[in-house]
Design a protein around this ligand. Sequence first.
Ligand code: HEC
Length: 381
Amino acid sequence: MHKAIGLIFGLTGLALISASAASADEVMARGEYLATIMDCAGCHTTGALLGKPDDERYLAGSEVGFQIPGLGIFYPPNLTPDHETGIGAWSADDIIKAVRTGERPDGRILAPVMPYLHYGRLSDADALALATYLKSLKPIRHQAPAMVVLPVWKGPTGTVIWEDNLWRKAWLDLKAEQSLVPIIVPLGDLEDTSAISPQEAEAGDAVKLESIMMRYEAKAILVAFAEPDPQGGIHAVMQGDSPLGRINFDKVYTAEDGTLEGAAAAAAKRFDEVMLEKWRSVRLKVAAETRARAEAEQQTTRATTSMAVAVPFSGIYQWNGIRARLLATPGVLGVDVSTIAENGAVIQLAFADSIQDLQSALSGSGLRLVQSRGTWVLQPL
Ligand code: HEC
């Protein structure tokens, strides 16, 4: 008896302890549950919109964007707490605000593809659980491969790379190192300055350029030449290969304020925009290829089944109608007529997926497939 009481007390104590310990876990579990049923991953995971989510990059942003006419293409961004490419710098409140009102910390309102108009009804507790869960994810970096840009300025006093000059400054001011297409401008320390001279850069010395690229762990290096244009502004030339394709940038830039500094800044900014556009179109291409591959795979792996089906009809017109609807039904792969008479046919029906799937697809086409005394019979609904 005493033992039994002791046991009861013991259990209650245990239950209390685990109740308070569980609440953090419960919040997390609730957050995970909400993220799942609200289908964040359906948009924010690469491949998900194509039916093949990349589990390695769960919630780390998608390659498939939503095009809104007149506004642009919006890619579901990386929601993992990576500081540079994700939302690692956001507080839980920042996340809650974005999810419920569509407002980012910088004040920009998200495109309404992101369903914040509906998410606005999330309760405080649920919104917090969701934000807590997102902040607990493993940070995943998801960016285009970085490229090094080596600005070479052909000024009135000669060709320079490392000495203070307005062209180098324009690139440094761009601060595109953390952008979706990271652009690295070499530091210009002793190691850099001794690695390549302006003449070698002008000559496109591949070995020396490669060594700088390796130093910054980049995937490409581009030499960006610029000189004052006789007509005013600066003439910028960048040509070469990048992970995003061939670059051919050759244009005179002028600034509204008429200064060379302004023109240099405009050129660097334009280059950054062009790279961003390229990154987007490459991502769209990747998405299209992934989709084509997934479709091809599906076609070959889909099991096909075929079975004999009796199709009673009242005349050839009705038969033609049934056959047309049959052929238009998703999942139906083939219709072979085995025998046909005035009032009915027996067909060999080939289809993908299960009989249940076939039946529901057929009912969408106004046809009913039922089994009657061991024979499959197809009739109009
Ligand atoms: C139908 C697709 C879709 C679904 C579902 C969706 N999102 Fe989004 N989300 C987007 C798109 C597209 C953007 C980018 C919109 C823009 O840039 O204007 C976005 C942006 C965001 C942002 C802003 C991030 C940033 O860096 O600007 C957050 C945070 C976010 N979504 C969280 C979520 C969460 C959490 C869920 C699930 C509860 C979710 N989203 C579900 C499409 C979706």
